[in-house]
Design a protein around this ligand. Structure first.
Ligand code: MEV
Length: 449
């Protein structure tokens, strides 16, 4: 297809060349868009080169707000948590929940386990018994052949864990799997795991060719793929808050702490019963989780994919958080798999990710897992607290009002009077626009009079 909107050799164009082509072919104001895209380039060329190095065909940067939530006390240690998120209210909610729990013992976190997983998927047409009876010899070869790859990680205390041979032939003809567990210490470990798996695949192929008892079998083994699994149900952190029900304090509209605790527990139970609610409930948790994961240069797609699979582990999609009100005690906790790192990848390359880790006191991976989980729990607490008391719109719309005012390019004075005016009124784009319009026409009338 030859069209103005398609091109070959785009990647070879300079950055300005790419912008020029896009501006000419996709925009009605080429000059405007060119200037706008260039205006987001970093003013330090070296910094821009680092950012460009993360991806391909880069033409500009996409700014996102970088906020912080202070007053998190996690395992008796204070933190100011960096959060990258574009949704208003999230950082305010996290900060408010952090402050609430700060005076009630703070967050406690516990690493339940830290195992990562990878798989070599292959087809074997030969006798099943041959494969299984030779598996211990194969296993020794797999470990031996990958020694040069595991040396550094082993020195840091990690490496390969169990290697299992799994028979899936009842689901897919001749399909087997090598399922491997790994410890990757402070790194997320994707490159480490994938390199080892590809070596395993080679070893498996060679084993079938060279091993005496496998003579003639080389035609029978076919590697399908070798890749880590982003599902890490054994790399889980638990974050908990708890206090005596009396200590929960007072809530809006005269709601007692007792009533709050039971209503809160019911709200969490509902998210365990109904996937429609569970999805929104967990989305609230990921508002907190993703924003810290992004701020620290980790892979939020991997964390999301894993979290949602984990939420379905019992056969239906459920809440990731739990609540128990028992013997005058309110306990609220979150179990979440978090395969993240504090070394390697973007964590040490992205200038702001590096600063985020510094802000958090340069945590190791386990400490960061705890911080991320606590932020997810805080977010969930704040959302459910609003939902069962004043409703979500009050807080949301307050923040939304500021967004609308910014969009309307309101002055400081206009913002102040709009915030006062809409304090107890329903906020919508048109109501705010009309309010500002009236204000401005009144002001211009005063000038002409
Ligand atoms: C909005 O981003 C998140 C909430 O919908 C979460 C929830 O309903 O629990 C408020």
């Amino acid at each position: 297809m030859k069209d103005q909107k398609t091109i070959s050799g785009f990647s070879k164009l300079s950055k300005r060349g790419k912008i020029k082509w896009i501006a000419k072919n996709f925009f009605t104001d080429p000059e405007g868009v060119k200037n706008e895209l260039v205006s987001y380039w970093h003013n330090n060329e070296d910094q821009q080169k680092i950012l460009d190095g993360f991806s391909e065909n880069t033409i500009s940067n996409y700014p996102m707000p970088y906020g912080v939530a202070p007053n998190f006390v996690i395992n008796n240690k204070p933190y100011c948590v960096p959060m990258v998120i574009e949704e208003s209210s999230v950082v305010a909610a996290a900060s408010s929940a952090a402050k609430f729990w700060m005076s009630r013992g703070g967050f406690k976190t516990e690493i339940l386990n830290t195992k990562k997983v990878g798989q070599v998927h292959f087809k074997w047409e030969g006798e099943k018994d041959k494969l299984f009876s030779n598996f211990s010899t194969l296993k020794a070869k797999l470990i031996n052949d990958s020694k040069s790859l595991t040396k550094n990680m082993e020195e840091r205390g990690g490496g390969i864990g169990e290697i299992e041979l799994i028979d899936f032939t009842d689901k897919e003809e001749n399909y087997y799997q090598l399922k491997v567990s790994f410890e990757t210490c402070d790194s997320m470990g994707a490159n480490f795991i994938n390199s080892i798996l590809e070596q395993f695949a080679l070893t498996l192929k060679n084993f079938c060719i060279k091993e005496k008892s496998f003579e003639g079998a080389e035609k029978e083994v076919k590697i399908i793929m070798s890749i880590l699994s982003n599902y890490t149900p054994e790399c889980v952190v638990r974050a908990t808050v708890s206090c005596n029900i009396d200590k929960l304090g007072k809530f809006p509209n005269g709601m007692s702490s007792e009533e709050f605790a039971h209503k809160f527990e019911t709200a969490i139970n509902i998210a365990h019963i109904d996937p429609y609610r569970a999805t929104t409930h967990n989305k609230g948790i990921f508002n907190g989780i993703d924003s810290v994961v992004i701020a620290t240069g980790n892979d939020f797609r991997a964390i999301e994919a894993c979290g949602h699979t984990y939420a379905s582990k019992d056969g239906s999609y459920k809440s990731l958080s739990h609540c128990e009100v028992k013997d005058d005690e309110f306990k609220f906790w979150l179990d979440i798999p978090l395969a993240i790192g504090t070394v390697g990848g973007l964590t040490s390359l992205h200038p702001i990710a590096k600063r985020s880790l510094e802000l958090l006191g340069s945590p190791n991976a386990e400490e960061l897992m705890g911080i991320i989980a606590a932020t997810g729990l805080a977010q969930n607490f704040a959302a459910v607290r609003s939902l069962i008391t004043v409703g979500i719109q009050q807080g949301h719309m307050k923040m939304h009002l500021l967004n609308i005012l910014n969009h309307l390019q309101a002055t400081e004075l206009e913002i102040k009077s709009a915030v006062e005016f809409f304090n107890n009124k329903v906020i919508s784009f048109s109501s705010v626009r009309d309010f500002i319009k009236k204000k401005r026409s009144k002001a211009s009338k005063m000038v002409t009079d």
